[in-house]
Design a protein around this ligand. Structure first.
Ligand code: SF4
Ligand code: SF4
Length: 441
């Protein structure tokens, strides 16, 4: 049985979990006939294509590079021929170049995908950072910040590396399945980061709704005195980095600061496994686990999908829709983004694809005015006053919203979830934040 002490944070909410896919083995999606790989899948600069129409490409081959600024390369997820390079709009309406590859069915791997022979102890910090950058790894929890830059920012500052296995969003079980099926690379990724940052304390932070994963991780780290498993109370948004830090160390991250400024380096569990695959086997980030669920989906599943496969193909693989879909969400229901195109591609940030019918969406139509109940304030994990932020945003009083610290909102959606009046608080807050960012430019 795992340790009794459970770590938690102030605020937050107990949301309906809907983790129905937690017991289902991850299935590899059959390779699609084509993939459409966006050249921008993470925070930072867009990549420039280095392939042309008609070129042959192999799995893991670099097809786009970022020459200046924050960013990492983009790789082919299947082998075949570049059919075209087209500009498509992503879910935010931003035009992005996509490399469309026609599958040759040969699964030819790029020669750069080589197993490492030298032990971890021989690797330098710079070598690890460059390996992570070359592998195109960005935060797979949904934040999509380039991981190499995160490691860079923690050099000389981090005292502990935390692997975020909380997975607090409803429906999503991709990390839970990863921990049960591939815990070794998750732990290896932690050890690589600890070595890179010269850190002697490593933590696997898991919510207590995953007792099987906790017991497995505890068994597998029993002979590793520098690594421990921290059991977190199941509460949303426990997976937010700030809440993990507070839960374990009771440290609050001041606005504008990074976890590394307070001595913590935090990465998602799947990101950690991707670091291990890149370091030990030379495999860049070309696929990810996606939880496919929602009341419309006939056979909800966790699938390992090649980047660039369309949402439609992933959902069809799960038996398609049994009801008329009203909304398709990339990511969790709390922080994910509604999509407008079923042919949009799975990217590095697609932790889940959720398809909901009208029935599930109805709650969003019950809007009334704020009744000043204070529920949103009580639950906000950032200790903000969401009702005022929403009011200021509606009135376009963005400077007043800024004075009330709107930029510290992590857009977790806890306020909207708990609002009895159905005020779309987080949507208003996003508008205010967008307006303030635009004003700064
Ligand atoms: S105001 Fe922001 S941080 Fe607070 S509950 Fe709402 S979305 Fe979350
Ligand atoms: S929860 Fe909703 S109704 Fe209550 S104070 Fe906040 S915005 Fe107003």
């Amino acid at each position: 049985m795992f340790e009794k002490k459970k770590y938690t944070f102030r605020g937050g909410s107990h949301v309906h979990e809907h983790k129905d896919t937690a017991t289902l083995q991850t299935i590899r999606l059959p390779e699609p006939p084509t993939v459409s790989i966006p050249l921008s899948q993470h925070i930072g600069a867009h990549a420039t294509p280095i392939v042309q129409k008609g070129d042959s490409v192999k799995i893991g081959q670099v097809i786009g590079v970022v020459e200046n600024g924050l960013g990492c390369p983009v790789h082919a997820s299947i082998s075949g021929t570049v059919k075209e390079i087209v500009t498509r709009h992503n879910a935010q309406g931003v035009p992005i170049q996509n490399v469309v590859i026609e599958n040759d069915g040969l699964r030819t791997q790029c020669e750069t995908m080589q197993r490492r022979t030298a032990p971890l102890e021989k690797a330098t910090t710079e070598e690890i950072i460059e390996t992570v950058r070359q592998a195109g790894i960005s935060g797979l929890g949904g934040a999509t910040f380039p991981t190499y830059a995160k490691i860079q920012s923690a050099v000389g500052k981090a005292k502990v590396v935390i692997i975020n296995c909380a997975e607090c969003e409803p429906y999503i079980t991709a990390n839970h399945r990863l921990l049960l099926e591939r815990s070794k690379p998750v732990i290896e990724g932690l050890e690589i980061l600890m070595h890179a940052l010269h850190v002697t304390e490593g933590i696997l932070a898991v919510e207590d709704n995953k007792p099987d994963a906790i017991e497995l991780l505890q068994r597998e780290t029993a002979d590793k005195p520098n690594i421990r498993v921290c059991v977190l109370k199941t509460k949303y948004p426990q997976g937010d980095e700030r809440q993990i830090m507070y839960a374990i160390y009771k440290k609050e991250l001041p606005p504008g600061k990074l976890p590394a400024d307070l001595g913590c380096m935090i990465v998602n569990a799947e990101t950690s496994a991707a670091i291990s695959r890149a370091f030990y086997r030379g495999i860049p980030l070309v696929s990810r686990i996606v939880t496919v669920a929602g009341d419309c989906v006939k056979e909800p599943k966790n699938v390992r999908a090649p980047l660039g496969v369309s949402y439609r193909e992933v959902i069809d693989f799960c038996g398609g829709c049994v009801k008329e879909p009203k909304k398709i969400v990339s990511g969790g229901p709390m922080m994910g983004q509604a999509q407008w195109d079923m042919d949009g591609p799975v990217t590095k940030g697609t932790s889940a694809l959720l398809v909901f019918s009208e029935e599930y969406d109805r709650i969003n139509t019950l809007h009334t005015a704020c009744i000043h109940c204070g529920c949103c304030i009580q639950h906000c994990p950032m200790h903000l006053m969401p009702n005022y932020l929403a009011e200021y945003a509606q009135a376009r009083r963005y400077d007043d919203a800024a004075r009330m610290d709107v930029m510290s909102c992590v857009e977790c959606g806890t306020c909207s979830y708990n609002c009895p009046a159905g005020v779309q608080i987080v949507q208003y807050i996003r508008v205010a934040k967008g307006a303030l960012r635009a004003k700064k430019k």
